[in-house]
Design a protein around this ligand. Structure first.
Ligand code: IPE
Ligand code: IPE
Ligand code: MG
Length: 267
């Protein structure tokens, strides 16, 4: 399905509302609400996770078609280990199965897949599938698909701090050399532009330890839909909303490049 066919209920073509020149390069998503989606239907939570995979496949295609360059999704947080063992195991098996089934398609689309997070606690089977998927797609340069697993923003920042402290202790760097650029270069997202847009589904208005450093100036879009109900149309709605934002980065964009003094004289 092409972008042209994304028609909303009032028969408006949503794709016409999108300025193709200002599509966010990097979109990050907190895919939330799988469990509630299933529970509402009287189904086990695992059904929600399965359905969530279909949504992810749709959004991956949609973001690429729209012209985004990077999609980063939160699939499993460092805090998600506190869930019942049965659900954690289900998710681990789901990651393995989905990756095995989808990796060839991802590769054919010239998409590079990268896993962000501490992979060490995962079973060897999953670690092997992850590493072979990453090496298969490592030269692909059409699109970057980051999957955050056992990821926590605070843990990532603490690790960078520890690494820089060690480098400083060993004399490799001077403490005065620690700046944003150096810090950035040690993050798991090193070399990747910060997301311009963060989408969270299920109506929750929190970051839940996701990309704390990288989201410093991202626009945030909250959808009340549960992740399994989210779709390409809703994604485009988020993009239209993003394009209506005034990104000031601490400046005063409304002055339209007039200096502060100019604006004082003309008022
Ligand atoms: C998001 O859905 C998926 C993961 C965190 C793995 P949830 O499982 O958090 O679903 P809710 O929020 O309980 O409905
Ligand atoms: C955030 O969702 C983590 C993922 C989507 C993987 P959670 O459902 O774990 O977050 P909380 O518990 O609502 O903050
Ligand atoms: Mg949740």
């Amino acid at each position: 399905m092409g972008l042209e066919k994304i028609i909303d209920k009032k028969n408006n073509d949503l794709s016409k509302k999108i300025d193709k020149q200002r599509v966010p390069e990097h979109v990050a998503i907190i895919m939330d609400g799988n469990g509630r989606w299933a529970t509402k239907k009287g189904l086990p939570r695992s059904f929600g996770h399965n359905k969530g995979v279909s949504t992810l496949k749709e959004i991956l295609k949609a973001s690429k078609r729209l012209g985004c360059k990077v999609l980063t999704v939160y699939a499993f947080s460092t805090e998600n280990w506190t869930r019942p063992r049965k659900e954690v195991n289900f998710l681990i098996n789901l990651f393995s199965d989905v990756l095995q089934n989808e990796i060839n398609g991802i590769h054919e689309e010239s998409t590079k897949i990268k896993f962000i997070g501490d992979l060490s606690p995962f079973p060897e089977t999953l670690k092997k599938i992850i590493s072979s998927s990453e090496s298969l797609t490592k030269k692909n340069n059409e699109f970057l698909f980051n999957v955050c697993v056992n990821y926590g923003g605070r843990q990532e920042i603490v690790k960078v701090a520890r690494k820089l402290a060690l480098k400083s202790f060993s004399g490799e760097i001077k403490p005065s050399e620690v700046d944003e650029e150096l810090f950035n270069s040690e993050l798991l997202t090193q070399g990747i532009k910060d997301p311009e847009l963060l989408i969270r589904t299920s109506g929750e208005k929190r970051l839940s330890n996701f990309l704390l450093w990288q989201l410093a100036y991202s626009e945030i879009y909250i959808s009340d839909l549960l992740w399994p109900d989210f779709n390409e149309y809703e994604f485009l709605k988020a993009i239209v909303d993003y394009q209506s934002r005034n990104r000031r980065f601490g400046g005063i964009e409304s002055l339209n490049n007039k200096s502060f003094e100019d604006s004082q004289h003309s008022s």
